[in-house]
Ligand binder design. Structure first.
Ligand SMILES: Nc1nc2c(ncn2[C@@H]2O[C@H](COP(=O)(O)OP(=O)(O)OP(=O)(O)O)[C@@H](O)[C@H]2O)c(=O)[nH]1
Ligand SMILES: [Mg+2]
Ligand SMILES: [Zn+2]
Length: 248
């Protein structure tokens, strides 16, 4: 069908030894209503830079993106609430869930019904477990997070779209280890940080990369705490990977 929207990532096609890998766009899914970015706090550990990369992909694709922090039953330092506040302040909806203790499941269910939804995130955060909890007939395969690495085992190995009737579809995806958006330039990156956009036109130079330039409104708003240091550092981290030419 015609693509109204799509999410993608950069994929490197391996060539023979000595040849440069070709950088390709890998389309993950198209015609999506909701992108649910799933994370956990402890197993695996919450990684805000990783999350921000997925959020940038959601923004650049113009897809409604919702953050789900799962496994809130294992959050010994009570960090879930803090991250929830931070991302709500940025402008995202954040749901806290626990498959184990049946928290937040009904709320998530309501957002899914009648829509095409994709669950995306690191391995072991509970994407398949959440879907099983939401729709018990699914019986998707899940498995424990290994203790030594705190990482999932990549239990789900292919993306599957499942039709649940009533115009409701869910896509379970394999856990991702690394993620680079495809096709985002240095000059555009800031536009996909929701908390930057109110200030971005106030920079002195319209080619500003919000890194070192004089008269940068983003840097000024980090200093006066309208933008968090966490998000700004995450931005700089992504900018660097683009500058190294990783994105194209
Ligand atoms: N304590 C706790 N464990 C959970 C929760 N949700 C899922 N788990 C466990 O986390 C482990 C990984 O869950 P999966 O559903 O396989 O994770 P996934 O995100 O689908 O992983 P991949 O398919 O590898 O991407 C399983 O042992 C689940 O039982 C939760 O809310 N609390
Ligand atoms: Mg899975
Ligand atoms: Zn700037």
């Amino acid at each position: 069908m015609e693509r109204k929207n799509y999410i993608s990532r950069k994929a490197i096609k391996q060539r023979g030894a000595g040849q440069r890998g070709e950088r390709l766009e890998q389309i993950i899914a198209s015609n999506i209503d909701n992108l649910f970015v799933i994370a956990s706090i402890e197993r695996p550990q919450f990684n805000n830079r990783f999350l921000d990369r997925l959020l940038v992909i959601g923004e650049s694709s113009h897809i409604n993106t919702v953050i789900v922090i799962n496994k809130i039953d294992i959050d010994s330092e009570e960090l879930a609430e803090l991250w929830k506040e931070l991302y709500e302040e940025v402008g995202y909806e954040v749901l806290l869930t626990s498959v184990k203790e049946n928290i937040g499941i009904e709320n998530l269910h309501q957002k899914i019904i009648g829509n095409k939804n994709i669950f995306w995130g690191q391995s072991g955060v509970g994407k398949s477990s959440l879907l099983n909890k939401l729709f018990p007939d699914l019986d998707l395969k899940t498995s424990d997070v290994s203790d030594y690495s705190n990482k999932g085992k990549h239990t789900t190995v292919t993306s599957n779209m499942i039709s649940l009737g009533n115009n409701t579809f869910v896509i379970d995806t394999p856990g991702i280890r690394e993620i680079d958006p495809y096709g985002i330039s240095k000059e555009n990156l800031g536009h996909y940080f929701k908390d930057f956009t109110p200030f971005i036109n106030n920079c002195k130079f319209n080619t500003c990369t919000h890194n070192h330039e004089p008269g940068c409104a983003i840097i000024a708003n980090v200093e006066n705490e309208n933008i968090t240091v966490e998000r700004y550092e995450s931005y700089l981290n992504m900018l660097e990977t683009i500058e190294e030419g990783i994105n194209f």
